[in-house]
Design a protein around this ligand. Structure first.
Ligand SMILES: NC(=O)c1ccc[n+]([C@@H]2O[C@H](COP(=O)([O-])OP(=O)(O)OC[C@H]3O[C@@H](n4cnc5c(N)ncnc54)[C@H](O)[C@@H]3O)[C@@H](O)[C@H]2O)c1
Length: 487
């Protein structure tokens, strides 16, 4: 089996520089790495990952290896891989299958390569092939911080299964778990558990749990307070605007920005857009969230009304076909459409293509759709999904789609800043350790980590930022836990 499949292995030196840069901003995760290097909680574990292959993910990979794990990784989105980082990981001996711009077939092929890698790992020693070529021939660069773990320590902690290793999946969006359940059910018995990074993945996993279809335990890392706050709120808020800015170079001040979905991500996006001087309209389907948006000072209205007002539309709902032809037909010429929800289903691109007279890519990650002038009143006539490249006519309307409708912060920018991912990935690393510690005790359900893990991660981050906080006095501790003391 091939050890890796990346765009260009010669990009590795640049990728290593990127990973080093990320490491300097990921102090909390580096503390976890130090612990892992000392305690080897993942000795004997193989982790199969489907995460955005970015410099920050590479820091997580190094942390897991420090804890004793073997790692195979692929992307969780066809456009989010940083090719230099993938090359650097491959050169370090990680089984990495990813490149930016994967076709749908390649995307699923790579998921299955990760699964195949894990399958090799559960073979009994007599069945096992010799070490994979990459491990023998590619020397690891000098580690930047703590020493990274080696498989030599395998078997000292986790209970070995079938003479092989304990297997864990780390997923972002649920495609890896879905692929295992659908195509490799016989393999599930070998998995001690999994972790899930994002809201969309959890929606799927909880639906599987409800239907009795989930066959191994999964930790909802997305539900860590520290992850939600830093990643969904601050991270998505900043990096979504970053992606749209890079794709369009638009001025935000004075623009009307329509944010669809006022969950953790939508709140962050709305907050940052307001901070840039935009007039923000929120569209929601949930009454509580809509009320919260109003109380936070945003205009709330149905999308059918906002469609005529917006200059920039951003979807962050985790839902399907939020922006669709009935909205496209009302939008101003020049409006920009972007999605920062997990899947590219939020903007009905097929519907837009069918309305369009032409599509052309006007710059990297920005497609211009030319709509007939009368599309603002007409019902949509279905044409072939194939569109032609042609010059727009002066009186035609145009709409711009950033990042091909995929998560714009990763497709058109670099995803979350490293500081943000540091906290999310502390959660991932500690969730893997939790699965090993609780081996044999967990049922095939979705679990949330105990709150002490969140407290631990927050404390690590404060330490990394050199921020000190107050401590309760003994008197206060007693007061806050008693019911006897009154006014
Ligand atoms: N871009 C990123 O880096 C990034 C980071 C974290 C999460 N995500 C993804 O972003 C999406 C949102 O995540 P979240 O944590 O904010 O989820 P959430 O569940 O907290 O919020 C989603 C909101 O969208 C609303 N909604 C659903 N359908 C809608 C519709 N048709 N119109 C208007 N509102 C609608 C829901 O009522 C909810 O309030 C998910 O797909 C998640 O996986 C992306």
């Amino acid at each position: 089996m091939e050890q890796y499949k990346v765009k260009d292995i010669s990009l590795a030196p640049q990728g290593r520089l990127q990973i080093e840069l990320a490491e300097r901003r990921m102090g909390a995760l580096l503390e976890v790495r130090k612990r892992f290097a000392r305690e080897k909680p993942l000795a004997g574990v193989t982790v199969g990952m489907a995460l955005h292959v970015t410099k920050e993910t590479a820091v997580l990979v190094r942390t897991l290896r420090s804890g004793g794990a073997e790692v195979a990784i692929t992307g969780c989105n066809p456009l989010s891989t940083q090719d230099d980082v993938a090359a650097a990981l491959a050169e370090e001996g990680v089984a990495v299958f990813a490149h930016k711009g994967e076709s749908n077939e390649e995307y699923y092929d790579f998921l299955n390569r990760v699964i195949e890698f894990m399958k090799v790992e559960v073979r009994t020693p007599s069945e096992s092939p010799p070490l994979r070529g990459g491990e023998q021939s590619i020397s690891s660069p000098v580690p930047i911080l703590e020493n990274r773990g080696s498989s030599a320590a395998a078997g000292t902690r986790g209970e070995a299964r079938r003479g092989g290793r304990n297997l864990i999946t780390i997923d972002d969006g649920g495609d890896l778990v879905g692929e295992i359940h659908k195509k490799h059910p016989e393999f599930i018995a070998n998995l001690i558990g999994g972790t899930e990074e994002t809201t969309t993945g959890l929606i799927r996993l909880r639906a599987m749990e409800r239907d009795g279809a989930l066959k191994y335990p999964v930790v909802a890392v997305n539900d860590n307070k520290t992850k939600h706050l830093m990643d969904n709120y601050y991270g998505t808020g900043q990096s979504t605007l970053d992606g749209i800015t890079r794709a369009t170079n638009i001025l935000w001040a004075g623009k009307t920005v329509v944010v669809c979905g006022y969950g953790s991500c939508g709140k962050g996006v709305a907050l940052r857009a307001r901070g840039m001087g935009s007039n923000v309209i929120v569209c929601e389907v949930d009454a509580f969230r809509a009320l919260q948006a109003v109380m936070d000072g945003f205009r709330v209205m149905p999308l059918a009304e906002a469609a005529t007002l917006g200059d920039i539309f951003i979807t962050v709902t985790g839902d399907k076909h939020v922006l669709r032809p009935e909205h496209f037909s009302k939008m101003k010429s020049g409006a920009i459409l972007a999605n920062s929800g997990h899947f590219d289903a939020e903007i009905d691109l097929k519907g837009l293509r069918e309305m369009a007279k032409g599509v052309r890519t006007v710059r990297t990650m920005l497609d211009e759709y030319t709509l007939p002038v009368d599309s603002s009143q007409s019902t949509v006539h279905s044409k072939s999904t194939q569109t032609v490249n042609r010059e727009p006519m002066t009186d035609d309307r145009v709409l711009y789609v950033a990042g091909e409708g995929r998560l714009v912060n990763l497709a058109a920018a670099e995803g979350h800043p490293s500081e943000v991912m540091s906290l999310s990935f502390c959660g991932q690393a500690l969730a893997c350790a939790y699965l090993v510690e609780n081996l044999g005790k967990l049922e095939p359900k979705v679990y949330v980590l105990p709150s002490r893990v969140d407290d631990d991660i927050a404390a690590l981050q404060l330490e990394a930022m050199e921020v000190r906080k107050d401590e309760l006095t003994e008197e206060q501790r007693k007061y806050l836990s008693s019911w006897e003391e009154g006014t």
